[in-house]
Design a protein around this ligand. Structure first.
Ligand SMILES: Nc1ncnc2c1ncn2[C@@H]1O[C@H](COP(=O)(O)OP(=O)(O)OP(=O)(O)O)[C@@H](O)[C@H]1O
Length: 248
């Protein structure tokens, strides 16, 4: 399997602070990677570094064999980096449909296909971004990233703060999206057990460094690893996050 995303010796952070000292990570087509780790271990920083909104000290990034290291975030988006940030960042004063058509690029994912995936979005297509529930906003953020027809889809805690029934709906949709092929995904998720059912590979970070890289199947049969690296088997410290008020 050829690598769709190829991160090589990436050193990145903010200002003078190095959060990711030296990251090398490759992702093949259709691979779904769950990125886990305790709070503040650099998961969001890694996602943001692929998007291009952190400071890069050194290292390279390639997408589909093309060097994207020197591209700006908007150029990386057009090159095929789809991003669903933790804050969702939907356009609040545009309608659901306008949010998607504003950034659309040609490819298999068009608005019609996204409505098939998320019928709620079609029901709400003339509503403004600021009139949506949290779950609907997240569906829209995913739909908007897909209309770019990305090669890589980056999702930063897509289920955070959503009701369990919406979480299940979203994860089922993400399963369909990733099985449809053509893209690889990185999903940052606090709920390890839920994401193990969707991801085929799991990478655990500590201090911006990969400390464990395994298949989901291997992790499922060895829960002690999750316990060791995340503290709570299956729930990746989600309680600590809010107690500590950690930025993310
Ligand atoms: N904009 C920023 N400027 C400076 N430092 C930052 C910034 N954002 C994050 N950091 C620091 O970078 C480190 C990694 O944070 P990051 O948000 O990447 O971790 P995370 O694993 O995603 O954590 P969480 O689970 O809380 O989202 C932390 O020490 C954090 O304080």
């Amino acid at each position: 399997m050829s690598d769709l995303l190829d991160i090589n010796d990436l050193r990145a952070g903010y200002g003078e602070a190095v959060v990711i000292p030296k990251m090398t990570l490759q992702l093949g087509e259709s691979q779904v990677l769950a990125l886990l780790g305790r709070n503040g271990t650099g998961k969001t920083t890694l996602i943001n570094s692929i998007v291009g909104v952190t400071r890069r000290f050194s290292g390279t990034l390639k997408l589909g064999g093309k060097d994207i290291t020197s591209l700006r975030p908007d150029q990386r988006a057009r090159a095929g980096i789809g991003w669903v940030p933790q804050e969702r960042n939907i356009f609040r004063s545009l309608t659901v449909e306008e949010n998607m058509t504003a950034v659309a690029q040609p490819g298999p994912w068009d608005v019609k296909k996204i409505y098939e995936m998320f019928p709620r979005l079609e029901e709400r297509k003339n509503n403004f971004g600021n009139q949506l529930s949290g779950g609907e906003q997240q569906m829209l953020a995913i739909g908007r990233a897909l209309t770019l027809n990305p090669q890589v889809l980056l999702l930063d805690e897509p289920t955070e703060g959503l009701a369990p029934i919406i979480v299940d709906e979203l994860l089922a949709a993400l399963g369909k999206i990733t099985r449809a092929g053509g893209i690889c995904s990185i999903i940052v998720e606090q709920n390890a057990q839920k994401i193990l059912g969707l991801a085929d590979r799991v990478v655990i970070l500590e201090r911006g460094t990969i400390v464990h890289d395994a298949t989901s199947a291997a992790l499922k049969s060895d829960p002690a690893v999750l316990e060791h690296f995340l503290g709570v088997a299956g729930a990746a410290g989600s309680k600590n996050k809010h107690a500590a008020g950690t930025p993310g």
